[in-house]
Ligand binder design. Structure first.
Ligand SMILES: Cc1cc2nc3c(=O)[nH]c(=O)nc-3n(C[C@H](O)[C@H](O)[C@H](O)COP(=O)(O)O)c2cc1C
Length: 322
């Protein structure tokens, strides 16, 4: 009943994909999503080293026979190419998602190895470029969403139908989606799957503190930390400064600086001495998205997916009576 080109391409039961989380996109979390019928997403950067990624991919394959994906974010990962090669060598990963910067070099290499390549972008222009570069599908994150921001990003409601008109490859909708209504709206706009970050962060299996999850369930999306991170433009002097630095340092390091300006965060990356500090820092700069407006509890991953699908089926029944 929920078959789309994306479920057929990637083999999961429902057109629901877990967002990538640098820092806590772990195997156990991703496997829980895949086992519940979605597509779990392991974040390569979370594994820190290619060897650890190899061991964790083996562990993932021993835990589930359902498909799962791996995210390669093109900034802040010193082992990116080795991570990509480990995914290819290990096999059993049907799809890799790239994000943050142009990734066709990685995409082509993955496709040659028989792996589908999905690229995540924040603007329709970049989605068109990714299709031209050969991506099998694109994830487009609207302004409501968390993560890497663009000054050209506009809300999900316009971005998705606009992209669907222009692209032939399947479009995956992200940005502010967290419940059955958002899921149905995304499919009605022409998306062939939804991609959720914040909604999956507020689940029991997400390995962040219970305190943070609870605060998301109780949050008001008009709080500055959500509103400003998602909607406010960056300070123009800071943006001009970081743009002028392009080319003077390695691209992935420059992208990290750009991200911090776009997220309205301090441009200095502190030194961390413990895992707790890393978590604090990630959650301070990326607390989640405006999706908190439709999150009011901390369910298990399976409860979240079942509730979305059950709610979506109820909406379909109501519509068929109209
Ligand atoms: C704490 C946090 C960490 C994230 N880390 C990454 C990352 O490392 N790579 C990436 O591609 N996206 C990352 N994202 C973005 C999500 O994968 C996803 O695109 C975004 O959350 C979608 O919007 P939503 O939260 O409204 O669903 C992160 C998001 C959050 C909230």
């Amino acid at each position: 009943m929920w078959e789309t080109r994306i479920t057929k391409m990637l083999g999961m039961k429902y057109p629901i994909i877990q967002g990538a989380f640098g820092g806590f996109g772990t195997v156990d979390f991703a496997v829980a999503v895949s086992e519940a019928g979605g597509l779990g997403m392991i974040s390569a950067v979370t594994m820190r080293t290619p060897e650890r990624l190899r061991q964790e991919l083996r562990r993932a394959k021993s835990m589930t026979d359902k498909p799962f994906a791996v995210n390669l974010t093109l900034m802040g990962d010193p082992h990116l190419e080795q991570m990509r090669e480990v995914i290819i060598e290990e096999g059993g990963v049907p799809v890799v998602e790239t994000a943050a910067a142009r990734a066709d070099k990685h995409g082509r290499r993955l496709q040659e190895a028989g792996i589908k390549w999905i690229h995540k972008v924040a603007t329709v222009r970049h989605a068109v470029a990714a299709e031209r570069q050969g991506a099998d599908a694109v994830v487009i994150v609207g302004l409501e969403g968390a993560g890497f921001k663009s000054t050209l990003q506009i809300p999900t409601m316009v971005t998705i139908p606009w992209a669907v008109r222009l692209l032939k490859v399947p479009v995956i909708a992200a940005g502010g989606i967290a419940d059955a209504r958002g899921f149905m709206a995304a499919l009605a706009m022409g998306a062939e799957a939804v991609y959720m970050g914040t909604a999956f962060m507020a689940t029991r299996e997400c390995p962040i503190s219970e305190r943070h999850k609870l605060s998301m369930a109780q949050a008001d999306p008009t709080e500055p930390k959500y509103r400003e991170r998602c909607l406010a433009p960056p300070k123009s002097e800071e943006l001009a400064k970081v743009m002028a630095e392009r080319g003077s340092l390695p691209e992935d390091q420059w992208l990290l600086r750009l991200e911090r300006v776009m997220l309205k965060d301090s441009p200095e990356v502190p030194d961390f001495s413990s895992e707790d500090e890393v978590e604090e820092e990630i959650l301070r700069s990326l607390p989640g998205s405006l999706a908190v407006g439709v999150i009011d509890k901390v369910p298990t991953v399976k409860e979240l997916i079942d509730e979305i699908i059950g709610g979506a089926e109820a909406i379909r029944r109501r519509w068929s009576l109209l």
